[in-house]
Write a protein that binds this ligand. Structure first.
Ligand code: GDP
Ligand code: MG
Length: 441
């Protein structure tokens, strides 16, 4: 999964503290491969990766104190943005009967979805529903709809197969009006592949019945083909939404992203089984999570967002930018923030790849060493914290005693501090541009 890939990349990024352009190239390569493996269409992947790259080399990630998480957050944000911001229901705000037209290839799941939607509207939205079939080519298709209508207990308008689809549906609309029906769902014929005759027929039907919702029904398991089909239907009809069927058999989830991007229309429902209760309202964030398989990571990101003290982080960034020295007070602030994130350890363990990480590294990340490090800084004088060069051998021994630790522990902390100070100094002197120059040159 993308999470597994990113966790590898992130582990490499973590500890270096900052992202470089090279890291970002590496990480976005992983994102790209993972999306392709999830069966997202290539142009969609390219556009998405481009946006992620632009944002990743921006301040948000480069300046972050936790670049790995910042990058995951960018990926998550962009995926969620593509998926749409929130769940959207059917629009029924028109004089009754509201006409819902289903379009899609044969076998996509249109007829099944008509029954599922009828049941949903009846049970969840307390609507009086009628269904009608405009599939005049296959008598079996009309019978299939009749059987399903009986199953879910909604009105069925019998089609006269000798008539044109427009005439059948117009007759159904008249009947629905007389019967005080709230919603009329129109099933249509599909071909096994896109052809002009089918497109002309559904366009004519659309023009004749003026539906408030025109739903494109597409089989999620058709992957790359789903993208091509979406393009054709989207060009022929003013779609208002998408129903993605057979998601129960599709582990990859990429079709959602492709279809949504290509049509620009919200996915309103997903089919989750053959039975008439196998329909769910589409939740964009959940679908994004499914692609990333990052339930835990989402939790992680949220926790980081909550617990990082944004003011302190901003102050530090400002200080560094002004070229002021990174001192032990700053290090303590950072350690305290990390300690506040101590709750991450539980989540950390759930992340893929954590098993391979040595304990001492894990302890750093999960905060087990942090209280000792803070104790060491607390046992220093104010002067020492501001001017760490004062800390000689005898002061180290005193500080260790004060913290109840050994001089070796103090040495370790000082080494860490010196590394960070060096890095921050570089940032401050050269600014962001200088750093990038330094890395590329
Ligand atoms: P249509 O040709 O577009 O009307 O497609 P149908 O509604 O006849 O469905 C084609 C096949 O897909 C049938 O066997 C359905 O049971 C099956 N099907 C439809 N939706 C789903 C779904 O969400 N999950 C699963 N597993 N099967 C589905
Ligand atoms: Mg059908």
């Amino acid at each position: 999964s993308l999470t597994q890939r990113l966790s590898g990349t992130i582990d490499r990024l973590r500890g270096r503290g900052r992202l470089t352009e090279e890291n970002i190239r590496e990480a976005t390569r992983e994102v790209r491969i993972a999306l392709l493996e999830a069966d997202v269409a290539l142009p969609v992947v390219q556009a998405l990766v481009e946006r992620i790259k632009v944002r990743a080399v921006g301040q948000e990630v480069l300046k972050s104190l936790t670049p790995g998480q910042a990058l995951i957050k960018v990926v998550r944000d962009e995926l969620a943005a593509v998926m749409g911001s929130q769940a959207s229901e059917l629009n029924l705000n028109v004089p009754a009967p509201a006409v819902v037209l289903m379009a899609g290839l044969q076998g996509a799941g249109k007829t099944t979805t008509v029954a599922k939607l009828a049941r949903h509207l009846k049970e969840k939205r307390k609507k009086k529903v009628m269904v009608v079939s405009a599939d005049v080519y296959r008598p079996a298709a009309i019978e299939q709809l009749q059987t399903l209508a009986q199953q879910v207990d909604v009105l069925f308008f019998p089609s006269d197969a000798s008539q044109k689809p427009e005439a059948i549906v117009k007759a159904a609309i008249d009947d629905a009006r007389k019967s005080y029906v709230d919603v009329l769902i129109v099933d249509t014929a599909g071909r096994t592949s896109i052809d002009e005759a089918m497109m002309a027929e559904i366009k004519a039907l659309h023009a004749a019945v003026n539906p408030v919702e025109t739903l494109f029904v597409v089989d999620s398991m058709t992957g790359q083909d789903a993208a091509a089909t979406a393009k054709h239907f989207g060009a022929a009809l003013p779609l208002t939404g998408v129903v993605l069927t057979k998601t129960d058999g599709d582990a990859r989830g990429g079709a959602a992203l492709s279809v949504r991007t290509i049509t620009g229309k919200p996915i309103k429902f997903v089919g989750t089984g053959e039975k008439t209760d196998g329909l769910d309202v589409f939740h964009p964030a959940r679908a994004a999570g499914r692609i990333l398989d990052m339930g835990d990571v989402l939790g992680l990101v949220e926790q980081v967002e909550q617990q990082v003290d944004k003011d302190k982080a901003a102050k530090l960034a400002e200080k560094v930018a002004k070229g002021k020295r990174f001192d032990l007070n700053d290090l303590r602030d950072q350690l305290e923030q990390m300690q506040n994130m101590g709750g991450l350890s539980g989540l950390m363990d759930k992340l893929p790849g954590m098993g391979q990480i040595p304990d001492h590294v894990k302890n750093q990340v999960t905060g087990k060493e942090i209280p000792r490090q803070i104790a060491i800084i607390n046992s220093m004088t104010k002067k020492e914290r501001r001017n760490p060069t004062l800390i000689n051998g005898s002061r180290r021994a005193r500080i260790a005693r004060g913290a109840g630790l050994t001089p070796a522990d103090v040495n370790k902390l000082m080494k860490q501090y010196q590394q960070m100070e060096k890095m921050m100094g570089k940032l401050g002197r050269g600014g962001m541009k200088g750093m990038m120059r330094g890395l590329s040159g």
